[in-house]
Structure formats: C-alpha cells, structure tokens
Design a binder for this molecule. Structure first.
Ligand code: CTP
Length: 393
C-alpha cells in the first residue's frame, strides 16, 4: 500500500521516523509530510532519512512542473496516516480547513484517512475534541488509539492519550479495512498469567506476556464485536474499545469470565493459568527458615472446564503448550474440556517462547483433525481464530 505518513506537532512526533520504518518493514511504500509545528519535535533530516525520500516541506507546495503537491500526494497515496495526530490537526480537518499539508491533502481526496491521536488526557476527553473525532468518523476516517500509558507533560504520570507504539500501529492497520463480521457478537477473552500468592509478597506464576490475548481482543473489537478482556498481570498497553477486567488469581479470573459467559458467543481462553496455589496462603510475609522448605500445593479451578460444562451457544477456543505428542495431547484436552478447537504451540520451537510477537500454531479439533499454520504475527493468528469460529457458529 502507498502510505503518506503525516506528522503533526506533538511530542510523539519523535516516534514518527520509527512508524515510517515499521511501515516499510511491513511492505508499504512510505512518503512523509509534516506540519510546521512538527519540526519543533522532530527534524526534517530524520524524517527524510526514515522516508528515504524528500519530504513534503514547508515551502514546496508546488512542484517544478506546476503540479500542486497536496493534489499529487493525494493521488499517490492509498492512505493518509496521521501519527501523531494533535488536537489541532483533528480540529483543522474536522473544520475542512486547507492551511496545512494534512488538512489540504484530505480535502484533495486521499482515499483513506487514519488518525493516531496523542495528547494529554484532559485534552483527549474535552467535548470539543470528542466532537471533532465524531465528525471525522462520520466521514469514514479510522482511529487507532490513543492508549493508556505514560504521558509527556511533567508530573502528568499515566493516563489515556499516549500514542500507540509504532509496531502496534502497523499491526492494527489491517483491522481498519476488515469487514465487521463479528458485529452483534459478544466475545470473551482471557489473557496473560495468573498469580497465586504464597504470602503478601511472593507468588506462583509464569512468564506469559498477555500478547496473544490482547491481540485476540483487539482483532475481535476491530471486527465489530463487543469484547470483554479478562487479563492477568501484564504490562501491555490496554487495547482500546474493549471492556477490561484486571485480575490476579485463577479464582478471580474464573469469576470475571463467569459473569459474562452465559451471554457470550465466543470464548477465547489464551490465559496461562497457574495450576497450583499454596494450600495455606499466609497473610503475613514469611521469613526464610532452614536450607529447605516444603510447600503444599492444591489445584486452582480449571476455568475453561468449569465454563465449558455449562456451554450452550458458545464457541469455546483454548490454547495448549506442549513439548511432545502435541496434536494427540491437544485433541485430548479439547475433548475433555469441551472446546470447539484448540490452538497448539510448542514452546521449544525457535521464536515461540513466551512474550514474542509471532508464533507458530497448529489448530487442532477434538477429533484430532489438525491444520498447521506457518509462523505469523499473533494478530494474524487471532484473525484466523475468528475466521474458524465464525465457520463453526
Ligand atoms: N486452563 C484453564 N484453567 C486452568 C488451566 C488451564 O482454563 N486451571 C485453560 C488454558 O487457558 C488453556 C487450556 O485450559 O486454554 C489448556 O491449558 P493447559 O494448562 O495446557 O491444560 P491442562 O488440561 O491443565 O493440561 P496439563 O495437564 O498439560 O497441565
């Protein structure tokens, strides 16, 4: 795709060269244009180097052949991606102004416009900004983010308004072009690890990052579903447009999922649930004693099995990590836990360890039929899960 990356004047403009690079790595042709204010935050040179091309600069509104540059760019671009998009850039476009490169190129008829807002929480929540966003959405413009995270201003801390990370922008772009085939469906997703505390400061857990579940939630949201994401501890930015419950233990995860299970259409259980908890969870921190220590463990609830046992219309999808006899063991789990299918992965395969952005998954049916997928991003795996679930529903 030909993407015109437009940069407006916010602190996050520092990340625009990285957005350009990630877009190119994903196979897109990229040109860059920037508003005057953008140059307070990022230099013309770093933008030009990232684009590998001259950028649309302040003076050159007209090309030597007399062609108006914004008209020329609008003809070239399949998409105008504004990252970062400031409140001011949104306002100009919503008003239909044409006094900077972004608003002028939009009026010149670029086919698709996508905004990646970045601003202070109070600004993002201001009714004027909300109104401008609604106006632009009514013109068919897409929005990615903002997300919750650290904000630039001094003493501001965290809040909603941070620009989506460059890799997430590129991963989420296809969703803006997908059909809304999950519209009207309720999707329940679990993600991340669970924690079982031994005492107030120590716990049993695992290194799950939550990336698979967050990708599943974001894909479902982009396809029009109403999504409830139940997440164990994870440092990932929260996906937008999704209801989120943050939990720690398996019991908390079960009760958050159970609240919505009866009404849901699809449950995707990506969470790496800790199977064991301390038989005697201590209320106070335990000092170490002696050179060895015995710990008695009891089972945590099997969340998926508990929910599946009352399954009606729901399509239930699980995940399994196996080191051997993968398909056989996964099919057995799918049958025992009444799943519609299970996504099998092998932690020892190169690049398939916890925390990666991609994985190699085999989809296994309860009867042992299976489909091996090539290595792909977690977002792409999420899309295939929903294609498959819709095929069964
Ligand atoms: N799962 C769950 N509750 C648990 C453990 C697992 O809901 N206490 C879910 C996982 O989220 C996953 C599926 O069950 O979707 C398979 O997980 P796994 O731990 O591999 O299944 P087990 O039956 O516990 O397998 P094993 O005996 O190999 O530990």
């Amino acid at each position: 795709m030909n993407i015109l990356l437009a940069v407006s004047g916010g602190v996050a403009a520092l990340k625009s060269p990285s957005v350009a690079r990630r877009l190119q790595e994903a196979g897109h042709a990229v040109k860059i244009a920037a508003t005057d204010d953008a140059y307070h935050f990022v230099t013309e040179l770093s933008l030009a180097i990232a684009a590998g091309d001259a950028i649309f600069d302040r003076e050159a509104w007209f090309l030597p052949d007399g062609q108006a540059r914004h008209i020329d760019l609008a003809r070239w671009a399949d998409m105008l991606l504004v990252a970062p998009a400031t409140a001011d850039a949104l306002a100009s476009a919503a008003l239909g102004k044409a006094d900077d490169v972004i608003s002028a190129t939009i009026l010149a008829g670029v086919p698709k416009v996508v905004w990646v807002p970045a601003m202070n929480t109070k600004m993002w929540e201001h009714p004027a900004v909300k109104k401008n966003v609604a106006t632009l959405q009514s013109y068919g413009h897409g929005f990615l983010g903002p997300v919750f995270g650290d904000l630039a201003a001094k003493n501001e801390g965290s809040g909603m308004g941070r620009m989506m990370e460059p890799t997430d922008i590129v991963a989420a772009l296809p969703s803006l072009f997908t059909s809304k085939d999950l519209e009207g469906k309720k999707v329940l997703v679990s993600a991340g690890p669970t924690r079982e505390y031994l005492d107030p400061v120590r716990f049993i857990s695992n290194p799950s990052s939550g990336k698979m579940g967050y990708a599943v939630a974001a894909a479902a949201q982009a396809r029009g579903a109403e999504v409830h994401l139940v997440s164990g501890p994870s440092s990932l930015p929260l996906p937008t447009g999704v209801n989120i419950s943050k939990v720690e233990s398996a019991e908390q995860m079960l009760s958050a999922l159970d609240a919505d299970f009866d009404d849901c259409d699809i449950l995707v259980m990506t969470a790496a649930v800790a199977d064991w908890k301390a038989a005697d969870q201590k209320q106070e921190k335990q000092a170490k004693m002696g050179d060895t220590q015995n710990l008695e463990l009891t089972r945590t609830p099997d969340i998926l099995k508990t929910l599946s046992s009352k399954k009606k219309q729901q399509i239930v999808v699980g995940f399994a990590m196996e080191t051997h006899k993968g398909v056989e063991r996964a099919a057995d789990k799918a049958t025992r836990k009444k799943m519609d299918f299970i996504c099998l992965n092998y932690p020892r395969k190169a690049g398939s360890a916890f925390g990666g952005d991609s994985n190699e998954v085999t989809i296994v049916m309860p009867d042992g039929e299976f489909q091996e997928l090539p290595r792909m991003t977690k977002r792409e795996i999420a899309e295939i899960i929903f294609d498959k679930a819709l095929g069964l529903g």
